[in-house]
Structure formats: C-alpha cells, structure tokens
Write a protein that binds this ligand. Structure first.
Ligand code: ADP
Ligand code: ASP
Ligand code: MG
Length: 407
C-alpha cells in the first residue's frame, strides 16, 4: 500500500465528464489498496474569468479581495470531485486550504506555504476516505484566504506530498509529461522520460508552466518523488523528476528550452555611477514586494550609467510608479517601461562540461536577425530577452539548432 498525492489541473477537471474521468482514475488507485489525496485546480478558464470580473470593478483589484474571490474556483471543483467519487461508491471528503490549515504568509496573490496541518487528512485516510484538497490556496495566521500565484495548485500537491511523506506525487495535466519545449509552440518537441531536478527547476523558473517553480523547490527540499503525466491517457510513465546526478557523458548538452511572455523591462537612464545606486533603485521595489528577475547595469561613461531590470508584467505599473517617486532623488534622466518583450532560455546540465553553447545560441539568433536585449547565465542555463514578436521563431530555431527533436 502506498500513499499517493494526485494533482489534476484545470483542463483535467474542465467539465463534469472530465471530473468523472478523474474520479475513475482515483477509484482505480484506491481499489489497488493505495491511500489517495487528490488536489484539484479550478475548472479551466475559471480563474481567468474571476480575475476578469474583478478587473471590471477595480482595474487593479485589492489583493485580499482578489484572493477571497479567485479561491472559489477550487472550492467548486473539490466538492464536484468528492461527489463524483461518491457516485462511484468511493468514500470521499473535500477540504479548502483553510479547512486543512495550509498556513501561508500574508503575501496575497503570491503567498508562500509555511506549514500544513496534516493530522486530519491522515485520520481521514486511515478511516478509508479519499481526501480532496483545493489547490492554489491557503490561509494566513489571521484567517485571511490567500492564493499561491498562478499555477499554484502544483505547489499545493507537492507540499502536501512532502507533509504527508507520500510515496509519490503525480501531476496530471493535458500533456503526457515534460517536453523539450512547449509542444504547443514546437510540435516536434519530444517528451523526456526523466529530467534532473536541477534542470526542472531552471525550466520552471524560466517560464515552463508545466510545473510551478515553487512546486519544484518543494520537491527538491523534501525529496518528493515527482512525476508529470497525462490525465487523458490510461497508460504512460510520463516524466520523472530525478535527483541522481546523471552521467553527463550520456546526457544531451541541452535538455530543454523555456520561454516566458510575462515579464516587462524597465530601464533607468542616466543614473549617477556611484556606490549605492543599485540599492537606491531596487530597494524601494523590493520593499513593495515586487519580484525582480534579470538585472543589467552598464559600465559607466561620463559619470552616468543605465540600469535595466525585469519584473512581472502585472507589476510594471506598480514598479514604474515607485521609480517615478524616487527618480529625482536618484538623479535619473528618464525611466522607460517596455512590456513588449519575452525571455527565452536554454537549459541543460551538460553545459557545465561543454564550451561554446552560448556562442551557438547567439549565432542561431543572429542568423534569424533576432536582436538580443539582455543576457543572463547560470551554470546550466543561458537566458535572453528579445522582442516578443520574435519569441516563437527564437524557440523554434533554437530547438532545431540544438538537435532537440531527435536527440
Ligand atoms: P494544468 O492546468 O494541468 O496545471 P498548465 O497549463 O498549467 O496545466 O501546464 C501544462 C501546459 O504547460 C501544457 O499544456 C503546455 O502547453 C505547457 N508547457 C510549457 N512548457 C512545457 C514543457 N516543457 N513540457 C510540457 N508542457 C509544457
Ligand atoms: N487555478 C489556478 C490558476 O489558474 C491555480 C492552478 O491552476 O494551478 O492559476
Ligand atoms: Mg498549471
């Protein structure tokens, strides 16, 4: 007997028939003698619909009220899933994040899980129930409902698996595993049988939304056995996230390509080139809890320099507002926001032991006339910012250049 956490995404619970399909799979695992915890997302499109409604009332919705509202999407699917299980004769009980007590910090719309009170779930499992938990949500210490950021149900699933010391966490979605890149953009993309945790972390952080980054972080921290699978196929091993260091000789140099359309670029022009300037620009941004991703500061000339960084598109206005307030104090000439950018990253542990990967990437983009606006690297990743209109072309040519379709 194993304890398995199964997480089903929005498309997988997108209609009553699909919810029945989920219930049938859960019932099969239960019939094999396993204990099953099910985590579900809202029905596909529902979270977007709710956010749209909020924006009709308040263009920049109050974060607490937004969480209060969007969390209802998952509350609907947990109850429907429990009902579908009961209809199959399987005993089931559903819980919201607050009912479980998935305690988070109070950073509304992007809260972090602090702890999970798993005792009730365990008692229900021992009593023979399937426990269905709402993904994407928690509660702060004052009882306010919080949400974990878009795609956050993955994190609920993995965090529950960690808290319950589950034997496996299965992420069921609308593709049958992790691919060399998003198969919707590159039809030639291939499913990977396995991928190292390190690479999955980079792919997720660079925008592959097949797994939310925090779910991968949890899996790494608590060594959760994590597998991505299709909810539409009866069979298949999906993709396993592995923790062993693979033999690099056998590994392809590049394992996958990620991209992200969600970032915007801010350039602060003509700032005095003196100690403390980066802090003066990014300090107020961090104080407002705005995440900054890539950062570039040019070498100064004539005593001034330019400073460029990226933030989530949703936070561009907020960040611009903050900078306009401190502009005079910093002594910056001009501040420019650009949300027509996209980020593309190639990822692979094989990069550690190979040279010339960056130049191959830059040459491939140059041959297509794609201008690179920013570059950032880590030991296993090279990421560039380009004009958003070239994004798909960039992903396709890089996928081909690194031989990913037939590796
Ligand atoms: P869910 O609603 O099940 O959480 P998501 O839409 O969040 O599903 O994530 C699955 C989607 O991730 C796929 O439909 C695919 O378009 C996209 N995706 C992006 N990169 C990859 C990749 N490398 N491998 C597989 N899917 C990817
Ligand atoms: N329903 C939430 C979203 O659309 C959470 C999730 O699906 O993981 O982002
Ligand atoms: Mg998702």
């Amino acid at each position: 007997m194993a304890l398995i956490v199964q997480k089903y995404g929005g498309t997988s619970v997108g209609s009553p028939e699909r919810i029945r399909n989920v219930a049938r799979r859960v019932a099969r695992y239960k019939a094999l003698g396993h204990q099953v915890v099910v985590v579900v997302s809202a029905m596909s499109g529902e979270t977007n619909r709710l956010i749209g409604l909020a924006k009709e009332i308040m263009p920049e919705p109050d974060p607490r009220e937004l969480d209060q509202m969007v969390s209802t999407g998952e509350q609907v699917t947990i109850a429907l899933t429990a009902m579908a299980l009961m209809d199959l004769g399987v005993r089931a009980k559903s819980y919201t994040g607050a009912q479980v007590r998935i305690l988070t910090d109070d950073a509304h719309t992007k809260a972090r899980i602090l702890s999970i009170d798993e005792a009730n779930i365990r008692a229900d499992l021992d009593a023979g129930y399937v426990v269905v938990v709402a993904g994407f949500q928690g509660v702060d210490e004052n009882g306010n409902i919080t949400t974990l950021g878009r795609g956050g149900s993955d994190t609920t699933g993995v965090a529950l698996a960690a808290a319950l010391k589950a034997d496996e966490c299965q992420i069921y979605t609308d593709v049958d595993g992790v691919y060399t890149t998003d198969p919707r953009v590159v039809p030639e993309a291939r499913r990977l049988k396995s991928i190292t945790f390190e690479e999955m972390l980079e792919l997720a952080s660079q925008g592959s939304k097949v797994l939310q980054i925090r779910s991968v972080e949890f899996a790494g921290k608590y060594k959760v056995k994590l597998r991505v699978l299709s909810s539409f196929e009866e069979e298949g091993d999906g993709t396993l996230i592995t923790f062993e260091e693979e033999d690099n000789m056998e590994q392809p140099i590049i394992s996958g390509i990620a991209f992200n359309r969600d970032e915007a670029k801010i350039t602060v022009l003509g700032v005095p080139d003196r100690p403390g300037i980066a802090y003066q620009i990014l300090g107020p941004i961090a104080d407002a809890n705005v995440d900054v991703d890539m950062i570039i500061q040019n070498v100064g000339a004539d005593g001034t320099t330019d400073f460029t960084f990226t933030v989530h598109k949703n936070e561009l206005n907020k960040a611009m507002g903050i900078l306009k307030e401190v502009q005079a104090h910093i002594g910056a000439r001009e501040i420019i926001g650009d949300d027509k950018i996209a980020k593309v990253a190639i990822v692979g542990v094989g990069m550690k032991s190979h040279v010339g990967i960056a130049s191959q990437m830059f040459r491939t983009l140059a041959e297509e006339g794609i201008n690179i606006q920013m570059i950032s690297t880590s030991e296993i990743k090279i990421s560039v910012v380009v004009d958003e209109k070239y994004l798909e072309l960039a992903v396709r040519v890089l996928h081909k250049a690194f031989g990913l379709e037939n590796a």
